[in-house]
Write a protein that binds this ligand. Structure first.
Ligand code: ADP
Length: 688
């Protein structure tokens, strides 16, 4: 059985692209959800649309399915596709519609679609498409050219003088494209059948007669593959077929017939044909077994790829989690058995610290990756001060560089406008990732540079910024370079093998850059070093109350003597936060939950606390409710006191909920001391 839930993600999409590139016919994938955005289309699709490149095709169709279909045909077929996939166990559909090529010429295509639920993209359609204009023209001209014959034919049938019907040339012509054709008179249910293939004769079906629908249903009971029987019999009644035809102009069904060699897929297509005074129902039966098999093979391959990707992922994860966990467990027990030797205890703690740091970054990376893949990663746009971003990066990375005896330099001499509208945290994440890599993959004593430059105003009014991170490290081989932004990819060589990493950092970095509409590139030579370049176009902002020409301050300086209310139910967390705060001269008082927080803050005189650090999940009253209640207390102090959430609920939705509840900001737990302190400083102390 083919699995319905297919994981279409970075890894599998590249395989889909690879397969799509080798397919002879048109193949594309689009999201079921409005606006039906395309995920992939292969080159034959561009050819069908008369486009010579992806860019042309994008411009022509807006990269949506709707944009591919002739506007006059869209409503008809989109209704029919929905109806088909919901009535078909395999979620397959068939449609014929017009498209408008780049040169303005209208062409007919057929569309064999398949609906799938995926984790990454929700409902998607995979579609095989081909140009059937010539075939269509042929059928149409046959019908047009033989209108008289059809009319005569139907009159004859209506007069119940079927023996007088010569072998109709129309039906004969039509039958060339089908195994067999039925011409039915809806008023009387009389019919004539023409078959072009002898294989269909094996069923011994009536060639003409009356009571078409009932007779067909009786034959269907006998000939349709048992699994498909009920489904088809439920729709194939005269009333259903006619009402679908009235609405959509076409009725299609797909099912298996029991041929002597075994069941084979058959498609039935019915249309109404009007001549001056009466209408005829024309039903074509076709063998689509090969087509379905092709689709099946493709689905099977996808399922295999999916499985492989999943296994790789699990193997990677279990290795990457086990390694630091081993270190944590091992060094804890070493420290425990050497409590009287401070040297060993210190050394063990250091190793536990670095392993837990790695574990945390792994968890954050996996969360980011899953957010990106499910399309949930969103930018939190706001006022962003690039100079403080660069300072923080300097704070973090200069320590890393020092411990590895590297020379690191920061150059922002070509920056003028630091205030922009952007997601400050994500910009920091991008740069910290790349600089940390440069430090990680550069041997002791060598150089790392971070250069931030402003390149000037773009046509759309935004400023272009370029960040260059250059190192004189081990470099990246030409073979690996094309895969450097793939998730879980790491260069396999003796040097990198000894350096801890998951191969997720750059994948995430590249995705965030893309989300920001920017670009990232890399140049490298083994043994000489690497250069990563990130280019971002950002909107300038003049911040309210901006201070300029200010000497950089040390982080936490403005917090001395501030008093804050720490709302936290967990003793360990409270102790950690209290210790960190006290190192920066901040006095903290603790409330065990939202209710205690409310009582305390209302009892003290106004202005007593400089800020509230708020946990979110707590007994009695949670952080959201407490923050809301503080804001509703009334008066300037309660309306303005900075409330910063401190929580392990670190998804964007959680952050949004915090802001909605009236909090000013959110710091994810566990936090780096500098992050908490710089965030506090942003709202109180001098940074206020
Ligand atoms: P990792 O967690 O392995 O560092 P990344 O996605 O950040 O994962 O990087 C992927 C791979 O790219 C690394 O494993 C390494 O092989 C290579 N790489 C990244 N940056 C550099 C660099 N500055 N110099 C050399 N190799 C690098």
């Amino acid at each position: 059985m083919i699995e319905k839930e297919f994981e279409l993600n970075e890894q599998t999409l590249s395989v889909v692209e690879e397969m799509g590139g080798h397919m002879p016919g048109g193949f594309f994938i689009y999201r079921a959800e409005e606006p039906e955005e395309l995920i992939y289309a292969n080159k034959p699709v561009f050819d069908i649309f008369g486009c010579s490149s992806m860019e042309e095709f994008r411009a022509l169709t807006g990269w949506t399915f709707r944009g591919m279909v002739h506007p006059d045909d869209y409503d008809r077929i989109s209704g029919s596709i929905l109806e088909q996939i919901s009535s078909d166990d395999e979620h397959m559909d068939y449609a014929e519609y017009r498209i408008i090529r780049k040169d303005g010429v209208i062409r007919w295509v057929d569309d064999y679609g398949h609906f799938l639920e995926t984790k990454g993209h929700g409902g998607i359609y995979t579609v095989f498409i081909s140009d059937i204009t010539e075939k269509h023209e042929r059928i149409r001209s046959h019908i047009e050219g033989h209108k008289e014959t059809i009319k005569a034919l139907s009159e004859t049938i209506q007069k119940s003088k079927q023996e007088r019907i010569a072998f109709s040339r129309v039906a004969q012509a039509l039958a060339r494209d089908y195994i067999c054709i039925y011409v039915v008179e809806p008023d009387t249910d009389e019919f004539v059948e023409y078959s072009s293939l002898e294989e269909y004769d094996q069923f011994g079906l009536e060639k003409k007669g009356g009571d078409f629908f009932n007779l067909s249903r009786k034959n269907m009971e006998r000939l349709i593959y048992p699994e498909d029987r009920e489904r088809i019999l439920a729709v194939f009644t005269k009333d259903r077929v006619m009402s679908i035809l009235e609405r959509d102009g076409i009725f299609t069904a797909k099912y298996r017939l029991m041929f002597e060699e075994g069941p084979r897929y058959i498609s039935m297509k019915a249309t109404l044909f009007d001549d001056e005074d009466s209408r005829h129902l024309i039903i074509g039966i076709n063998n689509i077994d090969a087509q379905i098999k092709r689709e099946r093979d493709y689905q099977k391959k996808i399922a295999e790829v999916k499985n492989r990707a999943k296994n790789d992922f699990l193997a990677n994860m279990s290795h990457d989690i086990r390694t630091p966990m081993n270190a944590i467990v091992g060094y804890t027990s070493i420290a425990n058995s050497h409590l009287d030797d401070p040297e060993i205890v210190r050394d063990s703690l250091e190793k536990i610290g670095s392993a837990s740091h790695f574990l945390l970054s792994l968890i954050n990376d996996v969360l980011d990756m899953s957010k990106i893949e499910s399309g949930k990663m969103q930018l939190s746009m706001g006022e962003c001060d690039l100079s403080s971003v660069l300072h923080r990066i300097e704070d973090i990375t200069s320590i890393q560089a020092r411990t590895r005896s590297l020379n690191i330099s920061y150059d922002q001499s070509r920056m003028k406008n630091f205030h922009v509208w952007a997601d400050e945290m994500r910009i920091e994440q991008i740069l910290v990732n790349i600089v940390s890599n440069a430090i990680k993959y550069t041997p002791r004593g060598k150089e790392v540079d971070l250069i931030a430059e402003e390149l000037g105003r773009q046509e759309d009014g935004r400023n272009r910024y370029r960040f260059t991170i250059r190192d004189t490290g081990i470099g990246i081989s030409e073979d690996y370079l094309p895969y450097i932004f793939d998730s879980f990819s790491r260069e396999q060589n003796t040097k990198t093998n000894r350096i801890q990493g998951t191969g997720l950092g750059l994948a995430i970095t590249a995705q965030i850059v893309e989300l920001m509409g920017g670009s990232i590139s890399v140049k490298s030579k083994v043994g000489e070093g690497s250069e990563f370049t990130v280019v971002l176009d950002l909107e300038s902002r003049t911040p309210a109350g901006a201070r300029t020409d200010e000497a950089p301050r040390k982080i936490g300086e403005g917090l001395q003597g501030q008093r804050i209310l720490l709302v936290e139910d967990n003793d360990v967390n409270a102790e950690i936060a209290t210790m960190i705060l006290s190192q920066y001269g901040v006095v903290s008082e603790r409330a065990e939950n939202g209710r205690v927080c409310l009582d305390t803050i209302r009892q003290k005189e106004e202005g007593y606390y400089g800020a509230v650090l708020m946990d979110l999940q707590m007994p009695e009253m949670n952080g959201y409710d407490a923050a809301e209640a503080i804001r509703k207390t009334g008066g300037d102090y309660f309306a303005r006191i900075p409330i910063i959430a401190m929580s392990a609920n670190a998804y964007d939705e959680d952050v949004r909920r915090c802001l909605e509840a009236g909090m000013n900001d959110h710091v994810a737990k566990p936090f780096k001391p500098e992050i908490l302190i710089s965030r506090l400083e942003k709202y109180i102390g001098e940074g206020k």
